[in-house]
Design a binder for this molecule. Sequence first.
Ligand code: DGL
Length: 261
Amino acid sequence: MNSKPIGIFDSGAGGLSIWKEINMLMPNESTIYISDSKYAPYGNKETEVILKRSIKNTEILLNKGCKIIIVACNTATTNAIKELRRLFSVPFIGIEPAIKPAALFTNTNSIGILATKGTLSSTLFHATSRRYTQNKNVTEQIGDGIIELIESGKLNSSKMMNLLKKYLNPMLENNIDCIVLGCTHYHFLVPLLRQFLPENIRIIGSGSAVARQTKEVMIKNNLLNNDTTKINLEFYTNGSKEIMANLMNWDKSIIKGLDNI
Ligand code: DGL
């Protein structure tokens, strides 16, 4: 059981930012990653569709023998993880915008949150936000169009830069000193954001916290790999292998196709 892989899925390549943290913290673990790019973005779809895709991705990972599933997608976590936990018996780890660390960090009492429509409008997000950001000034912004640009290989484009400036300028006017990246795709924006955000503004993601939490749950459930002789890292996409590989500076031969889903 313990040498079985960790399963990770996202609506696209964004969850690779979580995979990277998992692999760094637990290099002895085999992993299987699914990029459901064909259906990206999840964020502007009905909850029912997000749930259906999340179940499908989970079934594929379980059929491949995964021992734990990481929902490396804020939108799928906030909209579907409760139901996934009800339907399947393996442990699930979800990811939510890092509102608590931002609330603890801010000195200006002003926080920016960039996330998808699906995350920002979810009940789970509202509950977390209410718990930690009372008496704080929160500027929420839907990152419309960002995932589409990343998934079509236009991360480093002037169109992206213009979108980011449009979305972040109101936050800067509200005197934020930290910005929460509430979508795993947005991790890839950090070098671009650094080009125009003042140095004192902290960019907060959830990747390392999710990796630490995954390890804790695996220790508790006795799931850590104790046979380190064969480690497999597998990556699947139903979208473009090339775009996914480019985001990580990998050769596209590493990525396998996932057809008919
Ligand atoms: N990477 C996903 C997330 O963290 C993107 C969601 C989407 O496809 O809308 O939310």
